[in-house]
Ligand binder design. Structure first.
Ligand SMILES: Cc1cc2nc3c(=O)[nH]c(=O)nc-3n(C[C@H](O)[C@H](O)[C@H](O)COP(=O)(O)OP(=O)(O)OC[C@H]3O[C@@H](n4cnc5c(N)ncnc54)[C@H](O)[C@@H]3O)c2cc1C
Length: 170
């Protein structure tokens, strides 16, 4: 979305994405950072969740065609990933993204910003006039130590690590 808006205003934009595909935390299948779980559906209806300029139409909408969706108002994480991918294609932002490239340092260098990144073990340095940081904020857990935790006989887990109900069977 940020890249699309910058391009719309005539800027040249480069995005560094450490994962191999679009979707961020919604990429349940592939992201190493995600807090999403198997049966997660959105807590917002599709009408509110979608971008104004790129609707999230249900599969039975005759105007649909932008993604493979389902008919539920509160869609699954898979549908959100599909919708984000469709948006990236429509907004033509994939060409601006360096996938599987992790930013390891970002410092001011005179009037510019120096960005160090690593891809496939190879380090690169790029300079830009401005930086927008959109690295999410649900990856690092805040895991307090609970009083009595050490004597609790069950499993103590953070919601970040909850992935599927089968893990809690019996
Ligand atoms: C369990 C859960 C449920 C949620 N449900 C909803 C919901 O129903 N509705 C809603 O609107 N919102 C929901 N959210 C909020 C959700 O986080 C936002 O909707 C949105 O996905 C955040 O987007 P983002 O781009 O800020 O972050 P992210 O989706 O986390 O994307 C950040 C990206 O930055 C990349 N990155 C991070 N560090 C680096 C680095 N050093 N170098 C390169 N790339 C890097 C990551 O790989 C990732 O792709 C939910 C969040 C969680 C965790």
């Amino acid at each position: 979305m940020t890249i699309a808006e910058l391009k719309k205003h005539g800027h040249t934009a480069t995005c560094f994405e450490s994962e191999s595909m679009i979707g961020g935390t919604w990429n349940f299948e592939t992201s190493s950072r995600t807090s999403v779980y198997k049966n997660l559906r959105t807590n917002l209806p599709r009408e509110l969740m979608a971008f104004t300029q790129f609707k999230m139409r249900p599969a039975d909408d005759p105007e649909n065609g932008s993604f493979t969706g389902d008919t539920r108002r509160f869609p699954s994480h898979a549908e959100i990933t599909g919708w984000l991918k469709a948006y990236a294609e429509e907004a033509k932002v994939n060409e601006n993204i360096r996938f599987s490239t992790e930013v390891t340092n970002c410092v001011k260098d005179g009037d510019q910003w120096a960005i160090t990144s690593v891809s496939d073990g190879k380090e690169s340095l790029d300079k830009f006039d401005a930086v927008c940081i959109a690295n999410g904020h649900y990856e690092a857990m805040v895991k307090p130590t609970l009083k009595g935790e050490e004597v609790f006989p069950g499993k103590v887990a953070h919601s970040h690590d909850y992935k599927c109900p089968e893990d809690y069977k019996d």
